[in-house]
Design a protein around this ligand. Sequence first.
Ligand SMILES: Cc1ncc(COP(=O)(O)O)c(C=O)c1O
Length: 379
Amino acid sequence: MESKLPSVGTSIFSQMTGLANAHNALNLSQGFPEFDAPNRLKAALAEYSTAGHNQYAPSPGVAPLQEEVAALIARRYHQTIDASQQVTVTAGATEALFVAIQALVRPNDEVIVFDPAYDSYRPAVELAGGKTVHIPLYAPDYAINWQIVADKITAKTRAIIINTPHNPSAKTLKHADFDALKALVAQHDLYVISDEVYEHITFDGQSHLSVLRDAELLKRSFVISSFGKTFHCTGWKMGYCVAPSELAQEFRKIHQFVNFSSFTPAQLALAEMLKYEPQHVDELADFYQQKRDVLVTALTPSRFKILPSEGTYFLLLDYSAISDLDDVAFCRYLVEAHGVAAIPLSVFYASPNEDKVIRLCFAKEQGTLLTAAEKLCQL
Ligand SMILES: Cc1ncc(COP(=O)(O)O)c(C=O)c1O
C-alpha cells in the first residue's frame, strides 16, 4: 500500500529506549518521569472504578473535570472560561493536537512550525492535506526572529504552532514573542495552536505566559495541555484542549470520531486531585527546578556546555568540545560506551542541522541523575 506518511519510521525515542535497554544504560532519553503518580490520584482512580464509573463519559469530558480545569485557569491565569463549552478532555495532548490540526487545516493550507519541533505536528498537518512550513531555531538561545516568520506568511498560511515551555530547547516564549505573534495573527487572520503541556514547569521565578492569559489571542487559539506531564502519569494519556466555543465545537465534531470520550475513572480522579490537592500543581515548578539544579551542578565539572533550561524537564548539552561526531552518532556512542541514553536534537528538525547538541530528561530520581552525571563527567 502506498504510505500516507512515507517519511515516518521508527521514532528516535523508541530506538534510544531500545538501545538503553540493550546496553542496560540509564535512560535519560524519553521524556517520562521515573517516579510515580501522587498516591491520592492512584487511590481515586481505583475508587472511582470500584464504585462503578466504568462506562462512557460525555464526549467533551465529565463536568467535574471541565470545571476544575476552568478553576485552574482562573487561579493561574486570571481568565474566565466556560467549562462546559470550552474545555474538551482528550486522550493526551497528542490527541488534542491531532484533532485541533484536523479541525483547522484544509487541503493546501500552510502551517508554520518552529524547529526543533515535537514530532506529531507535521504528520497531523500532512494527514489533513496541509503542509508544514518550518522555521529553524538554533542553539544556544533558540530565539524566534519574527521578521522571518512574517516573511514566511503567505495567502495559504492558516496557523502557527507554538510550544512554551518548549520541548526540546527548554526555552520559554517571552512577552515580546507574544506581542509579535498577536500582531501577525491579527494582520493575517491566522489561528494559533498553543502546545502548553509543560505549563506548570517554569523555573527561576518565571511565571508561564499562557495564551489563556490573553482574551484577544485566545479567540483564535486552541490551547493544549497534558495531565500526564502535570501529574506524573504519562501512561494514562489524559489531556485537554481549551478553545473559544465556536472553535471548540469544531474540535468536538472530530474528537467524537477519534476517541469519542476519554477514560472515565481517570477523569473523575484528576478532578478530585485538582480540587483537593491544588498544591501539587503549584509546587511542580520547584520540584523540577531542584532536579534541574542537581543535574546542572553535577555536570558543571564536565566538558559539556550546559545550555540554560527555563522550563520543561529537559536540559540541553553542547558536546562540541568533546566530539566531532554528528549528534545521532554521538548519542549511539554515549549509550554504548558510557551507558547513558540521550536524544540528538537534529531529529526535531525538518532539514539537516549541524548543532552538536543533545537532550537529557531530568524527570528522574536524584540517584539516577547523579550516576548519569558521573558517567558524563568521564568524557
Ligand atoms: C511538546 C509536547 N507536546 C505534546 C506531548 C504529548 O503529550 P501527551 O503524552 O499528553 O499526549 C508531549 C509529550 O512528550 C510533548 O513533549
